[in-house]
Design a protein around this ligand. Structure first.
Ligand SMILES: Nc1ncnc2c1ncn2[C@@H]1O[C@H](COP(=O)(O)OP(=O)(O)OP(=O)(O)O)[C@@H](O)[C@H]1O
Ligand SMILES: [Mg+2]
Length: 416
């Protein structure tokens, strides 16, 4: 518990804790004596793993795809359990979290701008209004319109084609010329509802000019509209048509000036989409000249075990900082450690049924499988195709990357 002059912040509602950031939130809550409650759908709740069920003080069963009903159910629940803050792990549910916090009069994000943190079309408008450097873009609803935009030459080649609302690189393609455009637009428009909650998605498709350069992410915790930058993380992706994350490393191996420029761009992006008391995960590419261009931001903790590698490298708990911000308290973002960590994902070469995986046991690393032998692995076109991950910790980021690379190189994956 915090000192006596701080408000009672022992109850926090998490709108859908199931997901990559969930375990980190649970751990941070336990460390600071916060009771976590979940809001979810009955069907999703039935699939919760035992560690999550054990960690929750209570569950509000509702229908997250039905905004009006979910808000009513959660409002009643939060009053009954004296909830002091609203957290969220899923990007598509971040506007719902902003609406709930506003309704309860709790610290939270601007509900009028919250849609921009989920919808990449609204995000592009918000970035333009706030002067955040972002790729030039166009919105289309058909392949024919996409060809017209491409033929105008306004966005150049390659073009990035992506769904207005999605995550995990689902439906994102980098297209080199007109031949690939029909398939890319079809892929971006393919998914109309997001599982597991059945949230309806904006069917429009976003075309963006391709931003060259290395990619990083920077998270920003915001308290009463004041941004507190978190450590910058290097992001590695596959090249080519599908840009699937292959890993993340912290520290990012950049000079202090570039780190600051990325953190400033990330903070501007977070504020532009209305993050006021919460956290944002922002992806940034650095042009060869050093200028940061914001690819996207989301009003949530990062996925991909980034919470784990940031804490291993710097001692900063993003989840703890988030819990403080969303309960209206000043976050602590001071690094207490000067080490390094890397996460690398195990991706199959092709789709099929996973027959066998052997991951070598290398000191300084630990691994986890996401897919079990006998289960199907999809084509490695998005993050659903991951077989597992390995985390490596070391004194320097080069050593951490080397250790992780050693594990990946020694891993044997059989897909039939
Ligand atoms: N305009 C762009 N220029 C260059 N690369 C891009 C652009 N847009 C997206 N990418 C690449 O594709 C990846 C996925 O795109 P984006 O982040 O927009 O989609 P997402 O589904 O939210 O992805 P994720 O959840 O995996 O971050 C980016 O991390 C980046 O590597
Ligand atoms: Mg992204």
């Amino acid at each position: 518990m915090d000192s006596n002059d701080e408000p009672d912040v022992t109850g926090v509602m998490v709108i859908e804790p199931m997901g990559n950031a969930g375990p980190f939130l649970v751990e941070a809550a336990a460390r600071s004596g916060i009771r976590l409650y979940a809001a979810t759908d009955e069907r999703v709740h039935a699939g919760y793993e035992p560690w999550l069920t054990r960690a929750l003080a209570g569950v509000c069963l509702t229908e997250l795809a039905d905004t009006a009903r979910a808000l009513d159910d959660m409002e009643k629940f939060c009053h009954a359990h004296r909830i002091a803050g609203v957290a969220v792990c899923w990007e598509l549910l971040t506007p719902l979290a902003a609406l709930l916090a506003a309704r309860l009069g709790l610290p939270g994000n601007d509900p009028l701008r919250a849609r921009a943190a989920r919808n990449k079309i609204a995000m592009a408008e918000a970035f333009r209004a706030a002067g955040v450097a972002a790729p030039a873009e166009a919105v289309v609803t058909s392949a024919e319109q996409a060809h017209q935009v491409a033929a105008s030459g306004r966005l150049g080649w390659p073009l990035v084609v992506k769904p207005a609302e999605q995550g995990g690189s689902w439906g994102v393609s980098v297209v080199d010329g007109p031949d690939g455009l029909d398939a890319a637009v079809a892929a971006a428009a393919l998914v109309t509802h997001a599982e597991p909650h059945g949230l309806p998605l904006d069917a429009r498709v976003l075309l963006q000019s391709y931003v060259p350069g290395e990619e990083f992410s920077a998270d920003t915790v915001v308290h009463e509209g004041v941004p507190f930058p978190l450590p910058v993380v290097r992001k590695d992706t596959t090249a080519g048509r599908y840009r699937v994350e292959t890993g993340h490393s912290c520290p990012a191996g950049l000079d202090a000036r570039t780190v600051r420029a990325i953190q400033e761009a990330a903070a501007r992006a977070a504020l532009a989409v209305g993050v006021r008391n919460g956290i944002a995960h922002t992806e940034v590419k650095i042009l060869p000249g050093g200028e940061p261009i914001v690819i996207e931001t989301g009003a949530r903790l990062p996925g991909d075990n980034i919470c784990e590698i940031v804490e291993a490298a710097t001692g900063v708990s993003e989840a703890a900082a988030y819990l403080r911000a969303l309960t209206g308290r000043m976050p602590d973002t001071t690094p207490t450690r000067d080490a390094a960590a890397t996460v690398r994902f195990l991706l199959p070469d092709r789709a099929g049924v996973l027959e066998d995986v052997v991951i070598p046991d290398v000191p300084g690393t630990h691994s986890r499988l996401h897919i079990r032998p006998g289960q199907r692995v999809p084509e490695p076109a998005d993050s659903a195709g991951r077989i597992g991950h390995v985390v490596a910790r070391a004194a320097s980021v080069d050593d951490a990357r080397r250790l992780a690379a050693q594990v990946i190189a020694g891993t044997r994956v059989k897909v039939r």
